[in-house]
Design a protein around this ligand. Sequence first.
Ligand code: ADP
Length: 187
Amino acid sequence: MRLLIMGPQGVGKGTQAARLAEYFHIPAISTGDIFRYNLKNQTELGKQAQAFIDKGELVPDELTNSIVKDRLAMDDAKGGWILDGYPRNASQVEALDKMLEELDTPLDAVVALDADHDVLMKRMMKRAEIEGRADDTPEVIAKRLDVYTKETAPLLDTYETRGVLVEINGVGDIDEIHKNIVAELEK
Ligand code: ADP
């Protein structure tokens, strides 16, 4: 199973990605998590990405594409994967298309989670308190949502046109949402 999980900040991508990873026995690959790991460990990659992440901007495509390419080439990704937080703009879609073509492994589906703006804001505020992420200040959250609306949301149309989009309501019980996703994927 090769999946993307998409949707706005706070919609529950990470939570559902973890559940799907467990269900399908595939790794959940989150570009945000990879960047945070590198920030924490002050690697070269972390240092290059820091200023962008702190501002809520996208890390430059060249850098992001190359970490995804390396990650998809790892052994545990041979049997499938779920990508969370990538692609986030049209040029990343193109880069991913190229990677998958080279690997001869097409995408099976794109799961799009959605929720109302109010629900998203409430969840983001709660998460900010719990996790204490440096990029969870009101200004940076607003910037990330703005980037999502302008650059990432339009990609859903791309995948819908390709006939791989599965739209799921992201509001409700975590188990129920998981079941809904699996039911749609197994159709
Ligand atoms: P969120 O979806 O809540 O904004 P993520 O953990 O997915 O959080 O991403 C955190 C930050 O990491 C983003 O604001 C961005 O700076 C960077 N990032 C993550 N994924 C990408 C990507 N695909 N392209 C560029 N930057 C990314």
